[in-house]
Design a protein around this ligand. Structure first.
Ligand code: P6P
Length: 330
């Protein structure tokens, strides 16, 4: 239920909005607000580097692979450095799970109470072809006592334990969209002022839609229920829209209604997308905006992670579309 007291007028800057929200929640402390500011600031720096990528030699691959065995792009590594530095220097985070790092990054701030899971730059292979890309993040409260060593339980938490989640979309305009569990708000970045301004207050994911996003190139390796759902979409004259950049596809569906699917395939038997820093984050946003996220059978946010870079099949978007897709799995 959106708290009307914290509705803010379009044009409110991010800082003022965060302060206003903080004042309405007794339990909120300054640390979460400062952490959101730290993420937003790192996003400004990454945005600047992305926008000049074509001009200076930071495009393309660097000849190394990340823990996923994926070709690392220069901007992947740069973005990871920027976000890890911002999260470490901020002092509010005790541990970071990053797509770009095999192990948990302990910041050394054992007195900090937050854990962040982040994909610093998702879809980065699209950079060289000027397609929108994004940062995706989740924020958890640590489970163990402060000033004690980080535990496995601190970093492998279910999505329902998230206290905040969001993404930054580096597109035709750069947007920060996030939730702290009371609705979803979108901020558009104005580079000439270096500020994010509230442009999409109280975002709602339409419960029905006519867009389905899936890479049909892998059709032959889809499970039968997925093929049956695709047939349903085709018979319903839905539009196929697949940018190949998760944040861009998700954001369009959030605004217009639609479903994004990355199912199991022969090359990705558990799906391609990662639970901790892609699926849980967008599932939280989707649910807070009235949508749904599942692995085909279970609610994404109820899945207990057992490893940092765990992959899951992902169906997310308009509630009625996701529910319809689930009926084919029964
Ligand atoms: P495929 C990008 O690598 C990504 O993680 C998502 O942003 C995107 O939706 C998906 O993978 C594209 O994967 O296998 O369809 O090329």
């Amino acid at each position: 239920m959106e708290d009307s007291r914290i509705a803010a007028p379009i044009g409110t800057n991010l800082d003022r909005f965060i302060n206003a929200k903080e004042q309405h929640f007794a339990y909120a402390t300054g640390e979460l607000s400062q952490l959101l500011r730290d993420i937003a600031l790192a996003g400004k720096v990454v945005n600047r580097e992305i926008n000049k990528a074509g001009l200076i030699n930071i495009s393309g691959a660097i000849g190394t692979q990340n823990v996923q065995g994926e070709e690392q792009q220069k901007l992947d590594v740069l973005s990871n450095i920027r976000f890890i530095r911002a999260l470490t220097k901020g002092g509010e985070v005790c541990a970071v799970i990053s797509e770009e790092d095999e192990q948990v990054i302990e910041t050394g701030s054992e007195s900090a109470k937050y854990v962040v899971a982040i994909d610093p730059l998702d879809g980065s292979s699209n950079i060289d072809v000027n397609v929108s890309i994004g940062t995706i993040f989740s924020i958890y409260r640590r489970v163990s006592l402060v000033d004690t060593p980080i535990t496995k339980e601190d970093v492998l938490q279910k999505g329902v334990e998230q206290i905040a989640a969001g993404y930054i979309l580096y597109g035709s305009s750069t947007m920060l969209v996030y939730t702290t569990g009371n609705g979803v708000n979108g901020f558009t970045y104005e580079p000439s002022l270096g500020e994010y301004f509230l442009s999409h207050p109280n975002m709602k994911l339409p419960e029905e839609g006519k867009i389905y996003s899936i890479n049909e190139g892998a059709y032959n390796s889809f499970e039968k229920p997925v093929k049956e759902y695709i047939s349903h979409c085709r018979k319903s004259n839905y539009s196929g829209r697949y940018i190949g950049s998760l944040v861009a596809d998700f954001h369009r569906n959030l605004l217009k209604g639609g479903i994004y699917i990355y199912p199991k395939t022969h090359s990705a038997p558990n799906g391609k997308l990662r639970l901790m820093y892609e699926c849980n984050c967008l599932a939280f946003i989707a649910e807070q905006a009235g949508g749904t996220a599942t692995d085909g059978e279970k609610r994404i946010m109820e899945i207990q992670p057992d490893e940092l870079h765990q992959r899951v099949p992902f169906f997310v978007g308009s509630r009625k579309m996701v529910e319809k897709a689930k009926t084919f799995f029964k």
